[in-house]
Ligand binder design. Structure first.
Ligand code: UT7
Length: 337
């Protein structure tokens, strides 16, 4: 039976390091508040002198993942690009990334599922692989949040948490009878909560999408978030979807060696751990270094977890779990080959 196996991973963040103290210079916030409420100490943002798009960051991550897999771009038969911050309105980042990789006919698919982009992407890659539509898939999550954040005090609850970054995963269909690869995944959406975390403008549902002389004092040009409501939903739904995916995979929580969750807020992941009675060393955290990189967050954490030897050995089982704008949430269980 065909299994979806991760062959290589890669990550890239722009070089411009932004500390909490840097943020204090242009908004009413404090390192103490940010660390206490979110666990974040720093993040990387693109800089004015070298602007980059999500596909540029994704390109760097993709090169690393391809090298790690021992593949060239020409080996790929499908590319999935997950982002909420596409370089441009259209075409999608997957098209731009494929061109940067030197490809001109490899099919691409963009996924707009925010923080669950990697989960939707992995499930999609798995479905393509199992249906025979693809064998070697590149899944990239990349975000440039910083160019669209409200850097005044009005936007501080949102702006302090987001970082730019990308990560990539090479996934291959392998014929194997063992219980390896993506064992199960569960995905959900509830669009009734779309307004809990969104950027409203520019909007194609308006007669005039880009009004002349954009009024940048209008908060609808910037992401707004009902943070406490999302926080509560995350703490309730992440354990729930974990039970769903465990049941689907037919395995017990104590068979999970490491949880690699979406890095939205360290407190959310700690609360998740407490709810499930997991030791903190069973949950991977790197939010303190990168902030919330949305679609890049899980693959970036996975890359680092492998790099640090926290997971990646044959037979080890990881749980991916995420909730974010949409609302979308989900979980997946992966066992290393
Ligand atoms: O990845 C996508 C999904 N998103 C999430 O999972 C995010 C979930 N939500 C959160 O992580 C948290 O709600 C936040 C980190 C966004 C906010 O933390 P909170 O503990 O929920 O704070 P709050 O919004 O209830 O605000 C508490 C206080 C308020 O002041 P008052 O009204 O008590 O005087 C805020 O104005 O903290 C204030 N505040 C800040 N103060 C300093 C909000 N943001 C900041 C800030 N610096 N950056």
């Amino acid at each position: 039976m065909i299994k979806s196996i991760i062959r290589g991973t890669g990550k890239f963040v722009p070089p411009n390091l932004v500390t909490n103290q840097d943020l204090e210079k242009f908004m009413d916030t404090s390192d103490e508040w940010i660390q206490k409420r979110t666990g974040i100490k720093q993040r990387y943002w693109i800089s004015e002198d070298s602007p980059m798009g999500a596909s540029d960051l994704g390109f760097e991550a993709a090169k690393q993942a391809l090298d790690a897999a021992g593949w060239t771009a020409e080996d790929l038969d499908f590319i999935i690009f997950a982002t909420l911050s596409p370089d441009i309105m259209f075409p999608g980042g997957g098209c731009l990334l494929a061109a940067k990789l030197g490809l001109n006919s490899t099919p691409t698919l963009d996924i707009r599922q925010q923080c669950t982009g990697f989960l939707y992407g992995f499930a999609t890659a798995d479905a393509y692989i199992k249906s025979g539509l693809a064998k070697k898939v590149l899944l990239v999550g990349g975000e440039v949040h910083s160019s669209g954040l409200d850097k005044s005090t009005r936007g501080r609850d949102v702006t302090v948490i987001f970082g730019d970054g990308a990560a990539a995963t090479c996934i291959e269909g392998v014929d194997n009878e063992e219980r390896v690869g993506l064992l199960a995944s569960v995905l959900h959406t509830d669009g009734n909560y779309a307004a809990s975390l969104m950027t409203e403008l520019p909007a194609s549902n308006l007669f005039n999408r880009n009004p002349p002389g954009l009024p940048l004092d209008d908060p609808r040009y910037f992401p707004v978030m009902d943070g406490p409501s999302i926080f509560k939903k995350a703490v309730r739904l992440l354990p729930k979807v974990t039970h769903e995916v465990l049941e689907k995979a037919g395995i017990k929580l104590d068979q999970i060696d490491l949880v690699v969750p979406h890095q939205a807020n360290k407190r959310i992941n700690q609360a998740f751990g407490q709810f499930l009675k997991l030791e903190d060393d069973k949950i991977f955290h790197n939010i303190e270094k990168y902030g919330n990189t949305t679609a890049a967050s899980i693959p970036l954490a996975l890359h680092e977890a492998i790099e640090q030897g926290r997971t990646g050995k044959s037979g080890e089982t990881v749980l991916f779990v995420a909730l974010g704008a949409g609302l979308t949430w989900g979980a997946a269980i992966y066992r290393f080959f």
